[in-house]
Design a protein around this ligand. Structure first.
Ligand SMILES: Nc1ncnc2c1ncn2[C@@H]1O[C@H](COP(=O)(O)OP(=O)(O)OP(=O)(O)O)[C@@H](O)[C@H]1O
Ligand SMILES: [Mg+2]
Length: 320
């Protein structure tokens, strides 16, 4: 019996997941919730869902792509119908973009032929060769049929750091004028328009003209705001729980404060956003290093006791 890889779509589950696991991204949360819900509950969409995520590093772009995946597929991002491509990794040699394009085209068609509700995540979209971007274009259009395969049920998510600075400028203006972060809205699509315009400029200045953007094939440009200390703090708590530490709120505060912020004086936003799981910064924190050291020593002690070997600590005169 073939198991259905899809979860029954549940608006409230996605809403709760975004509320509980995404910090400081009220715009992304709203846009994603609305876009994904209406797409997933439409039995006959006239176009694939195409989302373009923008923001500086560590603000949650990949994180949200994973949240979407785990609300659509039983196996989440690990589902075989979720295809992730990273520009520098999958298409490193710009000279052979035509070969990548042909391969990519075949892969996408095959995937959607076998499973129309497939998801494609393109990471580092800003580093992708325009030729490759143009190859993706026919899949994104209204009632797109390529080689007899309909793409109307597929989901494309593009991730990019490009124009992160535009978003930062807007957020910094709000921050400096003492306005609430939540007041930053996609007001009359103002911010969205700003992002798309700057993105076009970015793409067209760096590369040859790419038609992906001209044709308005992207349904939503989603801004990821730079994160503040309180959001980094929340991330650190979550990270501690993932690492099976009892959350230590003082320590989390210390770790969050130890991270670099900008502008230098105001320390409004975290330079690296949230720390990526475990390795990206937490271990460099002195307190966590000590915690890790103590933990490792205890582990060695435990192992030595279970195997009847002399505890290392005794030999070192640490445990008497
Ligand atoms: N806004 C957020 N809310 C909750 N967790 C977050 C948020 N942003 C980042 N994280 C955490 O930090 C990790 C790194 O974030 P993520 O990989 O999503 O960043 P990114 O925006 O894709 O950055 P980059 O541009 O460097 O690829 C995530 O796996 C997640 O654990
Ligand atoms: Mg990323």
């Amino acid at each position: 019996m073939v198991m259905d890889p899809l979860l029954p779509f549940d608006y409230r589950r996605l809403k709760a997941d975004l509320r509980d696991s995404l910090f400081g991204q009220h715009i992304a949360s709203d846009v994603v919730l609305k876009a994904v819900s209406s797409f997933m509950t439409d039995s006959n969409p006239n176009k694939p869902l195409v989302l373009s995520f923008h923001g500086t590093t560590g603000t949650g772009k990949n994180h949200v792509a994973k949240i979407i995946a785990r609300n659509i597929y039983k196996e989440g991002e690990k589902c075989k119908h979720v295809h992730t491509y990273i520009s520098d990794y999958h298409f490193p040699d710009k000279r052979i973009s035509h070969i990548y394009s042909a391969q990519l085209k075949q892969l996408i068609i095959q995937a959607v032929y076998w499973f129309p509700r497939s998801m494609f995540i393109f990471d580092e979209m800003d580093k992708m060769h325009p030729q490759l971007i143009d190859f993706i274009k026919p899949f994104l259009d209204y009632n797109a049929h390529v080689d007899g395969v309909s793409f109307n049920k597929a989901i494309f998510i593009f991730l990019s750091n490009a124009v992160g600075n535009v978003i930062t400028e807007v957020a910094l203006d709000f921050w400096r004028s003492g306005k609430e972060r939540k007041e930053i809205r996609m007001n009359s699509k103002e911010l969205e328009t700003k992002i798309s315009e700057k993105y076009i400029l970015y793409i067209t200045s760096g590369f040859s003209h790419s038609s992906l953007i001209d044709y308005h094939l992207i349904d939503h440009y989603v801004p990821f705001l730079p994160l503040e200390l309180k959001h980094v703090y929340q991330c650190v708590i979550v990270e501690m729980m993932h690492m099976n530490f009892m959350p230590n709120y003082d320590l989390a505060g210390e770790v969050a404060r130890d991270m670099p912020y900008y502008p230098e004086k105001e320390r409004a936003f975290a330079v690296k956003g949230c720390p990526a799981p475990c390795l990206q910064g937490l271990w460099s924190n002195k307190y966590l290093s000590i915690a890790c050291l103590v933990l490792s020593i205890c582990l060695v002690q435990l192992l030595s006791l279970s195997f009847g070997v002399l505890p290392v600590g005794v030999g070192l005169g640490l445990f008497q």
